[in-house]
Write a protein that binds this ligand. Structure first.
Ligand SMILES: Nc1ncnc2c1ncn2[C@@H]1O[C@H](COP(=O)(O)OP(=O)(O)O)[C@@H](O)[C@H]1O
Ligand SMILES: [Mg+2]
Length: 239
């Protein structure tokens, strides 16, 4: 059994009077892919944001590699190797591809290491190399998603949390992005927590999944089991 790289214990969060998360617990084993699913507004992004400390949870604990991180600041969490690729990509539009990637590497002081990281990202996404001097705003949606992933990789993460990487992309691009995510997991041992609207796709990649409803985990289990669950099929797979 691999150890749990990420462990979320009874995490709650609210926006003013709105209770967005209630006692969410989940684990992500080292080297694994875990999916976090649920309808629009279920609390998926809030969960990731609370783990990353982009928002402050009201209760609960988050352990990364056994260390409590809910007491840390978001930049310290990134420095430990837990990185989020946010919903809607959020690249810096007025900056070049190169500059966006450099921002992701703000922890890599060593120039030689940074060059190696650029090589890695450009090997994975040759399109970004071709466009390295272009402003991010001139990239297509798919290229911006590649840039957001590339920027996360520049920080040498151990775990990446993806927030709906397929959003707004054509089926062909979605397939490419997911193939890349799978390769990062298989070839580089990157651990992944995947938030995704495309439940079928997410369950085909993940080994384990959690389903959120109104801020609470309503169902969890091995992905194969959820794929066959009649309630999941009705609610999320349309069959
Ligand atoms: N910044 C915010 N201010 C107030 N309410 C928010 C904010 N962000 C999210 N919410 C609410 O919290 C709930 C969960 O949202 P979210 O985590 O974004 O869901 P999901 O990512 O699953 O679509 C929703 O009811 C949403 O309207
Ligand atoms: Mg969301």
């Amino acid at each position: 059994m691999p150890k749990n790289l990420l462990e979320v214990r009874s995490l709650s969060a609210s926006y003013g009077a709105i209770q967005a998360l209630l006692k969410v617990s989940l684990v992500v084993p080292e080297g694994g892919i875990v999916a976090l699913l649920g309808s629009n507004g279920a609390g998926k992004s809030t969960t990731l944001n609370a783990i990353s400390k982009l928002i402050n949870p009201s209760h609960g604990e988050v352990l990364f590699d056994g260390q409590p991180i809910h007491t840390l600041r978001s930049d310290d969490i990134v420095r430990m190797g837990l990185v989020q690729v946010p919903e809607g990509r959020e690249v810096f539009k007025e900056m070049s591809v190169q500059e966006n990637l450099e921002l992701g590497a703000f922890l890599q002081h060593h120039r030689r290491e940074m060059a190696a990281d650029f090589d890695k990202v450009f090997t994975l996404f040759p399109r970004l190399k071709e466009r390295s001097d272009q402003k991010a705003s001139t990239l297509s949606g798919g290229e911006q998603q590649m840039l957001a992933i590339g920027r996360a990789l520049m920080g040498r993460p151990r775990l990446i949390m993806f927030d709906e990487p397929s959003m707004g992309l054509s089926p062909l691009l979605v397939a490419q992005i997911f193939e890349t995510i799978l390769r990062l997991n298989r070839e580089q041992g990157l651990t992944i927590l995947l938030v995704e609207q495309d439940v079928r796709l997410a369950l085909s990649l993940a080994s384990h999944a959690y389903i959120l409803e109104n801020g609470e985990v309503s169902l969890q289990g091995p992905a194969k089991q959820l794929m066959d669950d009649p309630a999941v099929r009705r609610a999320y797979l349309g069959v």
